[in-house]
Design a protein. Structure first.
Length: 320
């Protein structure tokens, strides 16, 4: 096929590349493993993962090369990203596009090149997975298929990298939200063993998190649970009730406790979130008085108040 000089929408392609936030980042084992595998399968001394920006091709991963980038105008990969198929150059000295290329006439003395474009789900070709040799050659059909499969795995790794970053950022935000919450928020596993304990819980109960993590909430931090109230009932799908927590000093305090269950995608119970507000009397929690009003100043019932506070906690437990 004929390779044009530019893609149809180069500006959009560059914007897509920028969204991956990967240029000029340190090497990563996940990409190096794919580069190594490409070289082994294709039996070449050189393999690279390249990303093409406006002025250069930059190597996210490289095997057999010292350079970290080259100008775009001399990059073989610049031609590869003009199409969706693997571009194979069996002998660069016999190809009019490359015979006078400084990468052919001088180090690394490229003779053979095969590059598979890195194509995103939106169809943007951001770079290549390429194998290079210093002698003319030709890949077998199986090697070409493997190179294509590996290039798809490079793109998947780039996408996973973005997803992981977004999850970490969201988790950090939710963690900060929980740690600054004025109510006690405790998470447990499916068996009721404590897995997290926020600052408000420390202030309310006097424990440091390391003193209560992996302890049973029901038996170690609660007091005078009615005999007919089992753990399964207390830690139900959604429950709001008054009960007593036991502080580190042994003092019982009455709290309004809202629990909610957390399940995985398969519907399996994985844990619980417990949100507690201390009550100074059987009827009104002073600390929650100002927070128990809606945005228009209308009172919010206790159950609704508990549900609102639990939203951030559930998100945090799922993302952390």
């Amino acid at each position: 096929m004929e390779y044009s000089v530019e893609q149809d929408d180069e500006e959009a392609r560059l914007n897509a590349l920028e969204q991956f936030d990967i240029l000029d980042t340190p090497g990563e084992k996940e990409f190096d493993d794919l580069t190594q595998l490409a070289a082994q399968i294709c039996e070449t001394p050189i393999a690279i993962v390249t990303l093409i920006d406006e002025q250069r091709q930059w190597f996210k991963s490289r095997l057999g090369l010292e350079a970290t980038e080259t100008p775009r105008e001399i990059a073989f990969c610049h031609y590869t990203i003009q199409g969706n198929k693997i571009m194979e150059v069996q002998d660069a000295t016999q190809d009019d596009r490359f015979r006078d290329n400084p990468l052919v006439t001088g180090p690394p003395d490229i003779r053979f090149y095969a590059g598979a474009p890195l194509i995103t789900q939106d169809g943007f070709r951001l770079g290549t997975l390429a194998v290079i040799d210093t002698k003319p050659r030709k890949l077998t059909p199986d090697q070409l298929k493997a190179l294509r499969r590996l290039s798809r795995n490079v793109v998947r790794q780039m996408e996973l990298r973005i997803m992981n970053r977004q999850i970490q950022e969201q988790a950090s935000f939710e963690h900060a939200l929980l740690e600054n919450a004025s109510s006690s928020i405790i998470s447990t596993d499916a068996n009721g063993l404590i897995t997290s304990f926020n600052h408000a819980s420390e202030a309310m109960l006097g424990y440091h998190p390391h003193e209560v993590i992996n302890k049973c909430l029901i038996t170690d931090l609660m007091q005078e649970i009615e005999p007919d109230v089992e753990q399964a009932e207390l830690l139900g799908e959604q429950e709001t009730r008054e009960c007593q927590y036991l502080t580190k000093s042994g003092k019982p305090i009455t709290v309004l406790l809202t629990t909610t269950s957390v399940k995985n995608d398969s519907g399996q119970q994985t844990g619980y979130i417990l949100n507690a507000v201390e009550l100074s009397s059987p009827t009104k929690p002073p600390a929650a008085e100002s927070m128990s009003e809606g945005v228009e100043g209308k009172p919010v019932d206790r159950k609704t108040y508990g549900k609102r506070l639990l939203v951030a906690a559930v998100l945090y437990m799922l993302l952390a």
